[in-house]
Write a new protein. Sequence first.
Length: 184
Amino acid sequence: MSSEKHVIMDEIAIRRALTRIAHEILEKNKGIEDCVLVGIRTRGVFLAQRIAERIQEIEGTPIPYGEIDVTSYRDDREEETGGTSKQAKLTPEHLNVHEKKVILFDDVLYTGRTIRAAMDAIMDCGRPRMIQLAVLADRGHRELPIRPDYIGKNVPTSKHEEITVALTENDGKDEVTISQREER
């Protein structure tokens, strides 16, 4: 049984949201001094890269960005991590987060567990001055007290709905869809 998907953000809406987020980051941080963008693998990385490109267009100065793999930090996926050993994987390795304003990117914010894992991983790579959060879609249903600083779109959902983000770099198109979660 397939569930019908409804597009809630198309390519144009995503582009506008990311441009707005870039401007909000610049405004809130009074420029890009001491700022670093970090995307959570996989789609958060592409969002951080796109924002870095927009900020460079606006400011005329590049902003450092990279990616973090939080798999070993997840508390709900022990079978994927192969145990409890945690190893922060920040790429590129020379990306410095110590005493920086880290803007963390993810595609969808749901329970907050991925963000908590990402914050733990970042803290293991250095001590940032602050961590801010940017998400393309915030669907609610938080299990942890985590709130984004920058939101592409608020999408109130039921627990029976699913938000799916597709980005050109990974999926061949840009869109955010909502559908009913498949019953298992």
